[in-house]
Write a protein that binds this ligand. Structure first.
Ligand SMILES: NC(=O)c1ccc[n+]([C@@H]2O[C@H](COP(=O)([O-])OP(=O)(O)OC[C@H]3O[C@@H](n4cnc5c(N)ncnc54)[C@H](O)[C@@H]3O)[C@@H](O)[C@H]2O)c1
Length: 375
């Protein structure tokens, strides 16, 4: 692996007293900076996520957000969490079914954000008009025995159609892609935007891998017996199977783990989606934890749009690693989407072997997405 980009270590905004979600984002920023020997921010207390009081949460402008696939298992709780963000003044809910009901239900929650439901192709343009951020969980979830790539043919078509409309109606909006397989659906969106003549969109088309970080933080906190609010594990590569690579050597706080446990925990993180699929026994995949993770990522994107420097991991077009044009890594979010892609940093032999193994997997998924988009 060659690192072709030098990390640009800027100072993160010193926000304290934000949501628990913000608190975690901020530590990822601390981690990026601390590798250059920067000063770490004192840890803030973690107020609850979900207060409608503006003083307790990010208050940044007046954003319009759309959720496409809003009536689904992820879409519904995600839409509720987005409605609770004080920076969001308009929330457009789109699906091929069910959004009038979801919108009516959410509209009774006493937050300032106005919610409107849109159903079917003919209403998609109105839903997207003027959007700053479009979140896409539309598609079918994984059933037991299915891999993420089994979903490809259905979800690829859904995402391609939605991306075409986004490129036409709100080409400057940030896209958060949740629909799997993310390793392929992000390249599909990029190809659609290129074909539509939208330039510079690749920094705004972001694959949501936040659930991998959320899971890693949870599992490592349990393993090490430390406060989950103190844990921060960067996860790189992609968002399926072995392409999910938690960098436990870069975990904060620094802990000493037995090499066998590192291997077992890495495998657990890579297969955590399957744990949920099997536990739900045919009733779908991760929805609530995914909604939580997607709301954290959406909030980070909105803070970035308002000029905050926010640190997350995301999967996007990137020349970070030789041989692949897309890669998940630590990024800094800002007014243009991803402002900075951070180098992978120092890794152990085990992690390097993980990178070497994931590259050919990613290559296949990226090529599959690009070919599909060009059909
Ligand atoms: N990125 C991640 O970490 C992650 C985690 C879990 C699930 N997922 C993926 O998210 C997607 C949604 O999962 P879910 O559990 O919410 O599924 P779900 O079936 O409960 O909901 C999907 C929704 O999409 C809607 N939909 C279908 N075609 C559409 C179209 N053309 N336009 C708009 N909406 C459309 C459906 O009507 C449904 O309401 C799946 O692809 C799943 O694999 C991603």
């Amino acid at each position: 692996m060659t690192v072709s980009r030098t990390a640009s270590m800027r100072t993160a905004s010193m926000r304290t007293g934000g949501t628990r979600i913000q608190h975690q984002q901020q530590r990822l920023g601390d981690q990026c900076r601390s590798r250059t020997g920067g000063v770490r921010t004192p840890q803030a207390s973690s107020p609850r996520f979900g207060s409608s009081k503006r003083g307790n949460m990010v208050s940044c402008g007046a954003a319009k957000v759309a959720v496409l696939g809003a009536a689904g298992g992820i879409g519904q709780p995600l839409s509720m969490l987005v409605k609770m963000l004080p920076s969001v003044t308009e929330l457009s809910l789109y699906d091929i079914q069910g959004t009038p009901g979801v919108a009516a239900d959410l509209s009774h929650c006493n937050t300032a954000c106005k919610v409107k439901g849109y159903v079917g192709d003919e209403e998609l343009a109105a839903c997207l008009e003027g959007c700053d951020l479009v979140i896409i969980p539309a598609g079918v979830p994984r059933k037991p025995g299915m891999t993420r790539d089994d979903l490809f043919n259905i979800n690829a078509g859904i995402v391609k159609g939605l991306a075409e409309k986004c490129a036409e109606i709100c080409p400057n909006a940030i896209l958060n892609i949740i629909s799997n397989p993310v390793n392929s659906t992000v390249p599909i969106c990029n190809e659609v935007y290129k074909a539509a003549g939208v330039t510079g969109a690749s920094r705004r088309i972001l694959g949501v891998t936040t659930l991998d970080i959320v899971r890693s933080n949870t599992f490592l906190a349990e393993e090490c017996g430390v406060d989950v609010d103190e844990v921060d594990v960067p996860v790189i590569g992609g968002h399926a199977g072995i392409t999910i690579l938690p960098l436990l050597s870069q975990m904060r706080p620094k802990v000493s783990l037995d090499p066998n446990r590192i291997e077992e925990l890495t495998v657990r993180i890579q297969n955590a989606g399957t744990e949920v699929v099997e536990a739900k026994a045919g009733a779908g995949s991760a929805t609530l934890s995914m909604a939580y993770a997607a709301a954290r990522f959406a909030e980070s994107c909105l803070r970035g749009l308002q000029g905050d420097k926010v640190y997350e991991c995301a999967y996007l077009e990137s020349n970070l690693v030789d041989g692949v044009g897309y890669f998940a890594s630590k990024v800094q979010l800002g007014p243009n989407g991803c402002e900075e892609i951070f180098e992978v940093g120092e890794v152990t032999e085990f992690e390097q072997a993980g990178i070497d193994a994931l590259v050919p997997e990613l290559q296949k998924s990226i090529a599959k997405g690009e070919e599909f988009a060009k059909k």
